[in-house]
Design a binder for this molecule. Sequence first.
Ligand code: FES
Ligand code: FES
Length: 162
Amino acid sequence: MTQVVRVVVNGNEHSIEIKPSVLLVDVLRDSLHLTGTKKGCGTGECGACTVLMDGKPVNSCLVLAIRCEGRQITTIEGLGTPDSLHILQKAFIENGAVQCGFCAPGMLLSAKALLDENPAPNETDIRNGLAGNICRCTGYKKIVKAVLSAARATSGGEGSGR
Ligand code: FES
Ligand code: FES
């Protein structure tokens, strides 16, 4: 049995026929070919599959695609483009926050959700906001620095306005 789900991904509307057991991460990667979303653990532990659903971060490996009816999904492909990077993407590059890059799409989307909610986070806020995203390479320091620098560039400083 299949079912049609209508979902908006990165501003584009899709009607996709799927089995009810199919996960959002697999629809994104296999049906829509948005392979920027990574599948690591597949059990909600690593955050590599993080996307935004109606602006909030979710582990797409834990979300049934049929639950996305009428939702707005943002993947890393919708954050910026090679010609027009999002300020967080620029900050990650400038601060050397990407090594193998496997965690980066999920990290960036969690960081975007954090800055949307709290434009001037301090280091603790950032570490808490990214707590669900595991990085095996960087030791996190440069990632935190990158998010701080993106926040400073857009809001004027650590903890300002709080
Ligand atoms: S692949 Fe989804 S949390 Fe690890
Ligand atoms: S850069 Fe390799 S896992 Fe984060």
